[in-house]
Ligand binder design. Structure first.
Ligand code: ADP
Ligand code: 5GP
Length: 225
């Protein structure tokens, strides 16, 4: 069995796609030179504006699978048809500089990594409402309507599994949410919303997904497509 040592200074930050984790984490990395977002491997295509080695290490499936087979990955998952994963070497590289690491991973990835990283702190960022999340996915404009709808469905599943996180932040007002994230990661303060309150927030979002008229309307439109 792999030796387990406590790994403070490691933060898993997850959020349903479109919630704002890239916006928040990138700003934190820019403002604080001792905070680094771990650069993942992915098989997805590079998007315009993305830099290889900065946003992701872009690899093909066979190279990704070689890394998995060689035991080099801390965790990996298939997300929207592509493979994404964090290498052990990347986390060690950042930790060995005395820097704090943000793992920007999905919920499945955190489920795998959590038992391997005792002492790490996990933060789940939530949208203020599901309809706000839908509008953010639309506004970002990076996806086709089909993919946007898949991300929205996946958001529901991620929120349903959200209770595994230590702390929760609602990204309503960007400045407020940023300060909350910054105080946890940079100043080491506990979050304002711990597991029990976070679970209630997740349940509220799940109810909205099932029952709100606006979302029922979106579902009807999808069924007609
Ligand atoms: P994620 O990385 O979680 O998929 P992004 O950071 O790409 O999400 O944000 C999705 C969209 O929502 C972007 O257009 C971003 O500018 C916007 N956004 C992020 N935070 C907020 C906020 N607090 N209020 C309104 N819009 C936001
Ligand atoms: P995107 O394609 O929008 O960059 O990312 C899609 C999803 O993949 C996001 O939910 C993001 O958190 C997740 N993701 C990115 N890197 C990793 C990783 O290394 N491991 C896992 N498990 N998920 C990742």
């Amino acid at each position: 069995m792999e030796k387990q040592t406590t790994r403070p200074g490691i933060f898993a930050v997850s959020a349903p796609s479109g919630t704002g984790k890239t916006t928040l984490n990138s700003r934190l990395e820019r403002d604080h030179p001792d905070v680094e977002i771990s650069v993942s491997l992915t098989t997805r295509k590079q998007r315009p504006g993305e830099l290889a080695g900065k946003h992701y290490h872009f690899v093909d499936r066979s190279e990704f699978e070689k890394n998995v087979a060689a035991g080099k990955m801390l965790e990996w998952a298939e997300v929207f048809g592509n493979l994404y994963g964090t290498s052990k070497a990347e986390v060690d590289r950042i930790v060995s500089k005395g820097h704090k690491v943000i793992l920007e991973i999905d919920v499945q990835g955190w489920m795998t990594a959590k038992p391997k990283l005792p002492g790490a702190i996990s933060i789940f960022i939530l949208p203020p409402s599901m309809i706000d999340l839908w509008h953010r996915l639309e506004k970002r404009g990076t996806d086709s309507p089909e993919v946007r709808w898949r991300r929205f469905q996946a958001a529901r599943d991620e929120i349903a599994a959200g209770r595994i996180y230590d702390f929760f932040i609602v990204n309503d007002d960007l400045e407020r949410a940023y300060k909350e994230l910054e105080s946890m990661i940079v100043s080491g303060e506990p979050g304002h919303t711990s597991q029990e309150a976070g679970e209630a927030l997740c349940n509220r979002l799940l109810n909205e997904f099932e029952q709100s008229d606006k979302i029922l309307e979106l579902k009807k439109i999808r069924q007609k497509v």
